[in-house]
Design a protein. Structure first.
Length: 106
């Protein structure tokens, strides 16, 4: 009697996996760009990453860099003729997404 041959479970598991996660080209593109691949194109306007302009994102990055470096924070405080806590509050507000019009309104 010949020895029993093992069943190839890898192929079965792999085919079940690919059937469950079949992505369309559009879904793969959205996933590669860091977006939710399951959102329809009609819902694009609700995507968080699309709401902020490049200028706002750059301001937030700059604010984070300034807040993480005490020397930069002091330099900006001196150039703004403001205290260090006031300057820290200013850049924290920018980082939190408050616009310039909201900051100057106070």
């Amino acid at each position: 009697m010949p020895p029993p041959t093992p069943k190839n479970t890898h192929h079965t598991q792999h085919s079940q996996y690919t059937q469950r996660t079949s992505f369309t080209e559009t879904m793969l593109d959205r996933q590669a760009r860091g977006k939710d691949p399951y959102v329809d194109s009609e819902d694009e306007s609700f995507d968080i990453s699309d709401k902020e302009s490049f200028r706002v994102l750059e301001q937030k990055r700059a604010a984070a860099r300034i807040l993480s470096n005490p020397e930069l924070l002091m330099m900006h405080a001196m150039s703004r003729k403001d205290s260090i806590p006031g300057t820290r509050l200013h850049f924290t507000r920018i980082l939190c997404g408050y616009g310039e019009e909201h900051i100057h309104r106070r």
